[in-house]
Design a binder for this molecule. Structure first.
Ligand code: FMN
Length: 243
């Protein structure tokens, strides 16, 4: 049952006009909190954006208006070391979260929290979409949401009753991901071209937004150019210094 739910996931970018109740949202976020957490830091907070003006501004800044404006709930998922710093301060102590290691701890915690939220929401019949577009304007969004130092928005998640049904995107074959005992680099000479064909066939035959595109072409476009180069300075300003 759970595996069927996981393997049925497809992002939903258009929702019916149904707002999630506070009870339901709390239930879903509580499920998120039960993800494992590195050293139990629980290095995340979520801003539930309910004010229409704030939502509109978030939609504009993150450049994903359809998802954000139509969703039944909009959550901005943040890495949060402010709270643990505050806890130390209340003990009259200081902490340092500026190491690269802390960034990995925080980013991992947020991702696990987020994915638990996604699964909890999908288990209740909702559709979800992550919005990494939040990192298009992290400074402005931090100001909009009044985020203190030690808190950085990582992505938003839109949740709602689906108003579109997307086909499940074929993943890489499991053999591409699993290596037995040691890393087998040679196998990609045949696995990647085969997967490129699978993805191209998928894009050409899906119900909407058909296109000719192989996975390697998309990845080369994605990673061939520098993207969001402001993130390093932004994270440093928030206290994450990669020391
Ligand atoms: C961290 C993260 C950020 C994402 N950001 C966006 C986004 O800004 N806009 C969007 O439409 N989809 C976004 N997505 C969704 C991905 O495009 C999607 O998960 C991927 O293409 C696989 O498709 P599927 O989720 O339908 O299986 C994001 C996904 C993740 C995990």
């Amino acid at each position: 049952m759970t595996i069927k739910l996981l393997t049925s996931h497809a992002s939903v970018r258009k929702y019916k006009d149904v707002t999630l109740s506070e009870n339901e949202l709390h239930e879903i976020v509580r499920a998120g909190q039960h993800a494992a957490s590195s050293n139990f830091v629980q290095a995340y907070s979520v801003i539930h954006v309910t004010e229409p003006e704030t939502r509109a501004e978030l939609a504009r800044l993150s450049k994903n208006p359809q998802q954000i404006l139509s969703a039944g709930a909009v959550l901005v998922l943040c890495m949060d070391f402010y709270r643990v710093k505050k806890g130390a301060n209340l003990l009259g102590k200081e902490i340092d979260f500026s190491l690269a290691e802390h960034l990995l701890v925080g980013a991992t915690d947020v991702a696990l929290f987020a994915q638990n939220i996604a699964i909890a929401a999908e288990s209740k019949g909702y559709g979800i979409c992550y919005i990494g577009g939040v990192r298009n304007a992290p400074e402005e969004i931090s100001e909009l949401l009044n985020l203190p130092e030690g808190v950085a928005p990582m992505y938003a998640m839109t949740i709602g009753v689906p108003d579109e049904a997307n086909e499940v995107k074929p993943r890489l074959p499991v053999e591409a991901i699993i290596h037995e005992n040691s890393y087998d680099a040679k196998k990609y000479d045949h696995i990647i071209p085969a997967y490129d064909k699978t993805m191209n066939d998928y894009y050409m035959s899906r119900g909407s937004n058909q296109k000719a595109a192989a996975w390697s072409d998309s990845m080369t476009a994605f990673l061939g150019e520098p993207r969001r180069t402001h993130m390093k300075d932004f994270l440093k300003k928030r206290g994450f210094e990669f020391k």
